[in-house]
Design a protein around this ligand. Structure first.
Ligand code: G3P
Ligand code: CA
Length: 292
């Protein structure tokens, strides 16, 4: 009970401090990866249950050209099974090999049946019922990761909702990758990961709608400078309540967390409800751009 009261007080303080911003987005980092094996359906399902406004996907490419959802470039940390199939670089294994591996047993025996999803399987499972925050991870231009991603958005009818409602945000540390997407379709909402200097922000804003900084490297002035360029600010990866409170006080527009069960109570009853949060963020950004 005491905990609930504290959360309510904190929530009211936080919402007051960000009254001029859109309602902050709760981004499920690799799903609900604090309590489920990252980038599995178990993790995404739990993130959605916990009120995620977005579920995050990191992309890797198999040797036969399939986009799979995995953070690391190798299978070693989060895949278990036959060593020939389940260790070493993702891009040196076929999808058939990778599908023999467990994506959950490293985390807990109860998740042994979890498999590494393809991005297509993620879209098939959740369709247009959720928002996706998709990272092109270490893309080599020869792999055509961006074109493959856009082809899947088209196949599942997600490109236009990405444009109009931010149902999909595309993020990357690679400016080249984002600029490639921007060149193909400049309407798509992009998030530049990393911590640009304030002087670099106008350039970032020329192709991005937001920035995803490492949370320890920012402060209120940095957030204000990003907002002055109409860049939304979604820091990663924020897992303790004190850091969440501090960042909300800076006026961030959302954050990545492994622990949505800690963030959503802070946002309180005014928290955006699923897809609505993304729509509001898109609208907030459009209003900002039209006022500059
Ligand atoms: O995409 C935001 C955050 O996830 C970036 O770091 O290494 O967890 O992908 P990483
Ligand atoms: Ca990521």
């Amino acid at each position: 009970m005491k905990g609930l009261l504290l959360a309510a007080v904190v929530a009211s303080l936080c919402i007051t401090s960000t009254a001029e911003a859109a309602i902050p987005l709760a981004i499920g980092h690799r799903g609900a990866s604090g309590t489920r094996p990252e980038h599995t359906f178990a993790s995404y399902d739990r993130a959605i249950e916990l009120g995620a406004d977005y579920i995050e996907q990191d992309l890797q490419l198999t040797s036969d050209g399939v986009l799979v959802v995995m953070h690391d470039t190798t299978l070693n940390r989060t895949a278990r099974g036959d060593a020939a199939n389940c260790t070493g670089p993702v891009d040196q294994h076929t999808l058939a090999q990778i599908k023999t591996c467990s994506a959950g047993s490293w985390f807990g025996a109860e998740y042994a049946n979890e498999k590494i999803p393809t991005l297509e399987e993620v879209f098939q499972r959740y369709g247009k019922s959720v928002n996706y925050y998709i990272e092109t991870k270490a893309p080599d231009s020869a792999d055509h990761m961006e074109e493959r991603l856009l082809a899947l958005l088209d196949k599942y009818g997600l490109r236009e909702p990405a444009v109009s409602e931010w149902q999909v945000l595309i993020q990357s540390f690679s400016a080249a990758s984002l600029q490639k997407v921007h060149a193909i379709d400049p309407r798509l909402p992009l998030i530049q990961l990393g911590n640009p200097t304030i002087a670099q922000m106008p350039d970032v804003a020329s192709y991005s709608v937001g920035v995803g900084p490492s949370f320890g490297g920012i402060n209120g002035d940095w957030v204000a400078a990003a907002h002055a360029q109409c860049l939304q600010v979604h820091p990663y990866t924020v897992n303790n309540v004190a850091d969440m409170q501090k960042l909300l006080g800076y006026g961030v527009d959302g954050m990545f967390t492994n622990f949505l069960d800690r963030l959503t109570p802070l946002l309180g009853k005014e928290k955006a409800n699923g897809k609505q949060g993304a729509k509001e963020a898109a609208s907030f950004h459009d209003t900002c751009i039209s006022g500059t």
